[in-house]
Ligand binder design. Structure first.
Ligand SMILES: [Zn+2]
Length: 458
């Protein structure tokens, strides 16, 4: 197909910018070309997306969207050629870059920032949207999560009737959106053995979306996600179309569950841990199913899936290993702590707290994290990052002996200190916030242990 000259010229200019950005080593050139295209002509994004023969699917959530998108890609990529923003570049400019990169793609599969979702949906007119959860996150950037929920509702209302809406029914605000669209798929966990009957204190959305009364939880699985019911007006979790049952947690290595699809049950074993990854897999499976993937393709894709960049990874460093889990808000950090303690509580941990914009400038969220399960087993905590001192204070208040806390603000020195405290063949647990994770990866990469991330992003 011959493109109108302006769009072709814009694409060429943006691709040239991508090459320059890669040469300059500024982070893989993941969003520079998209930003340029966006500046030249915002509607170019709409036209690029309209060229995808199978349309686009969008994935958004506060927690797990990168992993969900990677899981959905693992399922779908054997059937269709995807345009996929793998490196977490999830604003309009990142989507534009992925569209520029994907010359022969058939289907766009995009992870989208919660606040950017309405605009991306308006421009791409997707054939499916998958909404995972809304947790309180980086409030200084977005404001109240009710505001984001309201904007999601507007995006859902504007969806084409034929488009599929896939939502997590276990999240009250997200599940409620299923009632605003005729073609909705609702997923959730249905295994009370794995839950609690009350909410952890970090739970975010515990008041009825209709009348404001606190929900009663028959079961809470991760934060406020679970089987809820309002005792006043009866608002409750919607009926589930796709469910996870018979869950078996295998520590830090894996989780198995039965995926109950409308057309039958499949046993799944994921090579990543935790109930939150069951949610990610449910979201990916439900979306892929709505896009026409077979049960066999879903099983194969999820079974082959490996952790997405940065969210959970093991890196060999000489004769020791690093186990790195991103922490970025109370709910995600609670799950990281729970996952680690379910494996074997570590004796040494390096926790890195930065306060750059991407981490959230306000670090008071660490006081809402339930770090206490780590404390009994911990012989030494290395507190690091820009706000190492506040993190150390948090653990002191949690009951960790001051002598067991080493405050080392410099990340490189903290990593060395942690490795020195780890025995040969042992594993060092690292819990960094976002920019600390990027910096730690860079330090480790400079020592030749992992490649810079963009080399892995297709
Ligand atoms: Zn109510």
């Amino acid at each position: 197909m011959r493109l109108p000259v302006p769009l072709a010229a814009e694409i060429a200019a943006a691709r040239a910018a991508a090459r320059l950005s890669r040469l300059a080593g500024t982070g893989g050139g993941t969003t520079v070309p998209g930003k340029l295209l966006w500046k030249l002509d915002p509607s170019a994004v709409d036209r690029l997306a309209a060229r995808l023969p199978l349309g686009s699917a969008l994935i958004s959530a506060t927690n797990g969207k990168t992993t969900t998108a990677a899981m959905a890609a693992a399922i779908l990529e054997r059937r269709v050629r995807l345009a996929h923003n793998r490196a977490g570049a999830n604003l309009v400019s990142g989507v534009a870059s992925a569209l520029l990169d994907a010359r022969n793609a058939q289907l766009g599969l995009f992870e989208v920032d919660e606040a950017a979702l309405p605009e991306v949906a308006m421009r791409l007119r997707p054939r499916a949207i998958c909404l995972g959860n809304l947790f309180r996150d980086q409030l200084d950037r977005y404001g109240e999560l009710e505001h984001v929920a309201e904007r999601w509702r507007t995006a859902v209302t504007a969806l084409d009737d034929r488009a599929a809406l896939v939502v997590n029914g276990d999240d009250p605000q997200v599940g409620e959106l299923a009632r605003a669209h005729s073609n909705a798929v609702v997923f959730g966990i249905d295994d009370p053995r794995q839950g609690r009957s009350s909410l952890q204190h970090a739970a975010d959305s515990k008041y009825c979306v209709r009348c404001g009364t606190p929900y009663e939880y028959l079961t809470a699985y991760v934060g406020h996600l679970g089987d809820y019911r309002c005792p006043a007006c009866g608002h409750a979790r919607p009926a589930l179309t796709v469910r996870a049952t018979e869950i078996e947690l295998h520590g830090l290595d894996a989780v198995a569950f039965t995926l109950a699809l409308p057309d039958g049950d499949q046993r799944i074993r994921l090579a990543v841990p935790g109930l939150y990854n069951v949610y990610n897999a449910l979201a990916a499976a439900s979306l892929a199913h709505a896009l026409g993937a077979s049960a066999g393709e879903i099983v194969t894709g999820l079974t082959r899936f490996d952790a997405a960049f940065g969210r959970f990874e093991r890196i060999a460093v000489g004769d020791r290993r690093l186990l790195m889990l991103l922490i970025k808000n109370p709910a995600g950090a609670n799950e990281a702590v729970r996952t680690i303690v379910d494996g074997a509580a570590p004796r040494v941990a390096v926790i890195a707290l930065n306060d750059a914009i991407a981490d959230g400038r306000d670090v008071s969220w660490i006081w809402d994290v339930d770090f206490e399960p780590l404390i009994p087993g911990l012989q030494m905590l290395v507190a690091t990052g820009d706000r190492a001192a506040e993190l150390a204070l948090r653990f002191k208040y949690g009951g960790l002996d001051a002598a067991a806390i080493d405050v080392v603000p410099d990340l490189k020195a903290a990593l060395d200190r942690g490795l020195e405290l780890t025995q040969a063949d042992g594993e060092l647990v690292l819990l960094p916030t976002y920019t600390a994770m990027l910096a730690l990866r860079k330090i480790v990469a400079e020592r030749g242990f992992v490649r810079p991330y963009w080399e892995r992003a297709a």
